[in-house]
Design a protein around this ligand. Structure first.
Ligand SMILES: [Zn+2]
Ligand SMILES: [Zn+2]
Length: 386
């Protein structure tokens, strides 16, 4: 507690009691308010926590006869309810004949009342990092989809493990039936400040590690940290057309924020199981179709499977080389813009392993009929060039 706190804060108002209130009245008022704003009863409510600190602070002063006297004296000397101007040059609008510039800055001689305030006024107080809303962290997870679900999009249940408020103590860190109290070292601000000449530096309070609250009886489940690992399951919508290895961002599905801050994002790494027949190339589906030498040579109409549709017929013109790819329009994957990719059909000659005698005779006849054509003639000739 500092002189500045004494000037800024109306502890009587905080507890809702008169300046003349008897110790018993103060105690009763404190108990009633402490119950109401108890962190246990106001899970995650930052304003209730602030109010709780305020009540605790007021009570710690007013319940102590000596400190209450000091407080009353400071208030009567400087005028109760006086608020230190913020963002305004001290010295403006003085009161009671005091020169505020002298009081707050130590004056030209650097002594007197300036020492009384001891640089307290350099402290950045209320909106410390601890009290500000904090965005939840981003969470990373992965999921494996079937080939079809990746094409169509699907909803998957994702089990997320992360740090959250301890369920035993509701994040207070205090053992059941006990309450954390305001950190006496930093008066609940979570910040301690040191003065280096005219600079005031602020750092997280060592006593409470920046929390502003200290726990006398730690919660056995979280050993007083107020945090615990927990897991939750969420339903996540995976959009249509994702590919293997894709990383999908689901905004706001990450860890919950603190003190009313927004939730983090969830990133889902998608693995797609291969399909026994089809492959993917962007929005195109690929399929390799076995054909016979005769079909490529003489031309044919071949039936080709389509993904979850009736087979389609692909016309192979006479003299088609092995490995040629045909495109079947509109039989691919639906894109975001509503258009659909194509199916790419690659023909591959199957060499028969078992031949009927009739087929063998026919192929032997073919060999005889084409004996004059050496398929490697051109290759051998070109190999000799240069
Ligand atoms: Zn706990
Ligand atoms: Zn502290």
């Amino acid at each position: 507690m500092s002189t500045k706190d004494f000037l800024e804060k109306d502890y009587y108002k905080a507890l809702g009691v008169a300046k003349t209130a008897k110790p018993a009245e103060i105690k009763t008022a404190y108990r009633k308010l402490a119950r109401k704003y108890h962190p246990d009863a106001n899970k995650g409510d930052a304003s209730a926590e602030e109010r709780f600190k305020e009540i605790s602070e007021a009570y710690s002063v007013l319940s102590d006869e000596k400190r209450r006297k000091e407080y009353d004296e400071a208030r009567s000397l400087f005028g109760g309810g006086f608020r230190v101007p913020t963002g305004q040059r001290p010295g403006q609008g003085g009161f009671g004949g005091f020169d505020l510039g002298d009081i707050f800055n130590g004056g030209a001689d650097g002594g007197g009342l300036g020492d009384l305030f001891g640089g307290v006024f350099n402290r950045g107080r209320t909106n410390t990092a601890q009290n500000r809303a904090r965005r939840g962290t981003d969470v990373e997870t992965e999921t494996t989809l079937s080939f079809s679900d990746a094409i169509d999009g699907t909803t998957v249940a994702l089990r997320l493990t992360g740090e959250g408020p301890c369920p035993t103590c509701h994040g207070t860190g205090a053992k059941a039936g006990t309450v954390p109290r305001m950190c006496p070292s930093c008066q609940g601000t979570g910040q301690s400040s040191r003065n280096l000449g005219s600079f005031g530096i602020s750092e997280p309070c060592k006593e409470c590690r920046g929390r502003g609250l200290v726990v006398d009886d730690p919660c056995p489940a979280c050993t007083g940290s107020g945090r615990a690992m927990s897991s939750r399951t969420i339903q996540a919508r995976i959009p249509a057309g994702v590919t293997d290895g894709a990383r999908i961002k689901l905004a706001g599905k990450g860890a919950p924020g603190e003190r009313g801050g927004p939730a983090g994002d969830l990133y889902v790494r998608v693995h797609v199981k291969p399909h026994p027949v089809f492959g993917r190339s962007g929005a195109n589906l690929t399929v390799t179709v076995p054909v016979s030498f005769a079909e490529l040579t003489l031309g044919a109409e071949v039936k080709v499977p389509s993904h979850r549709g009736a087979p389609v017929t692909v016309r192979i013109p006479p003299g088609t080389p092995n490995g040629r790819t045909f495109m079947v329009r509109g039989k691919g994957v639906r894109r975001k813009d509503g258009t659909t990719g194509n199916m790419l059909v690659t023909v591959e000659v199957m060499v028969p392993q078992d031949l009927t005698s009739k087929a063998r005779t026919a192929i032997e006849d073919l060999r005889e009929a084409t004996a004059g054509q050496d398929p490697r003639e051109e290759l051998l000739a070109r190999a000799k060039e240069s």
